[in-house]
Ligand binder design. Structure first.
Ligand code: FAD
Length: 294
């Protein structure tokens, strides 16, 4: 198993910010994953799993624990009958490619989600009216205590949420799909990608949706747009001029710039609409948003 010290995590996040991890381990099998989890527990080190870093904001000062990046057989995908079986570290694009090649449909929505299969379980990722919970049969969850298969109900999946705890790693996932001609899958994917391109900043470095949609008639994006935030810039980060629920790395952004923008967005949404926005992006390291002045 590859283990490196002091690796700068900006290399592994789609926004391209974040400081060094004390250690980065790349387990390739379940026993290797268990070994590193136990090693960290014995030394009292915090553990965090990183997928493709597509919904992650890492502190500029870095993370003092062990970062796990699943590799080898924990990052592969294959089809077995009507099951799409993938390691937690398998990119969604690879899993979707395998499903399409085997003529299995139902996972097309994941073409819009540039993360891994395990990252998708963590927050029940979803798009275009579907989500992980809709296609997931079960997931193998590994911790320092052992491993167990969990169903969507046992994983506690709801809107952009699971009941998984830090230190629990999704090592393998089974999706139940249904036969669909490859050409049809290809055309569905092309349609969804065109929709995405028309609405979101697909050619910029971002971490996807910044805030969850609130219980309000406006989505987070529309709400922040109405607060006049499109294009608002702090340091090297700016709120996308295209879609206000995205923060772009405009030029040499730091995570602290993104945090300052998020704080400003929350303040305005609260003061102008009485809405308390909750962040969807996951924080790693010593990062937090200032409390709202109510
Ligand atoms: C341009 C763009 C568009 C996006 N569109 C969407 C969208 O339409 N819908 C949507 O839901 N999301 C969207 N996202 C956000 C993101 O792609 C998803 O949340 C994705 O599921 C994150 O996966 P990841 O592997 O990159 O996880 P990371 O960002 O690396 O990590 C996110 C969280 O998952 C945990 N995690 C990762 N892997 C595992 C694992 N194997 N086991 C346990 N925990 C794990 C991490 O510890 C962290 O807490 C978008 C992002 C971008 C950049």
């Amino acid at each position: 198993m590859r283990i490196e010290e002091g690796v700068v995590l900006a290399r592994f996040t789609t926004i391209g910010t974040g400081g060094p991890a004390r250690a980065l381990a790349q387990p390739e099998t379940v026993p290797e994953l268990q070994e590193v989890l136990r090693f960290a527990r014995e030394r009292g080190l915090e553990v965090a799993t990183i997928g493709l870093g597509s919904n992650l904001l890492v502190a500029d000062e870095g993370f003092g624990g062990v970062v796990l990046k699943l590799a080898g057989e924990l990052a592969r995908a294959e089809v077995r009958g009507e099951l799409l079986v993938a390691g937690g570290g398998a990119p969604n694009a690879v899993a979707l490619h395998r499903a399409r090649a085997a003529g299995l449909g139902g996972f097309e929505f994941a073409c819009a989600i540039p993360g891994t299969v395990g990252g998708g379980v963590w927050m029940n990722a979803g798009a275009y009216g579907s989500d992980w919970a809709a296609v997931l049969e079960r997931a193998l969850v590994v911790s320092a205590d052992g491993d167990e298969w969990r169903t969507p109900a046992e994983l506690g999946l709801s809107y952009r949420h699971s009941g998984l705890e830090p230190g629990e790693v999704v090592a393998e996932v089974e999706f139940r799909l249904a036969p669909r001609p490859s050409a049809e899958i290809k055309s569905i994917v092309a349609g969804l990608q065109a929709q995405r391109k028309a609405a979101q900043p697909t050619n910029k470095r971002t971490y996807g949706s910044v805030f969850k949609n609130p219980e309000h008639e406006l989505t987070s994006g529309r709400l922040l747009e109405a607060c006049g935030l499109k294009g608002h810039r702090i340091g090297g980060a700016q709120i996308s001029p295209r879609h206000a629920n995205f923060i772009e790395n405009a030029d040499g952004a730091r995570s602290e710039d993104a945090i300052a923008l998020m704080a400003e967005a929350r303040r305005r949404a609260w003061e102008q609409y009485g809405v308390e926005l909750e962040h969807e992006v996951v924080f790693l390291g010593d990062l937090e948003l200032p409390p709202l002045e109510k």
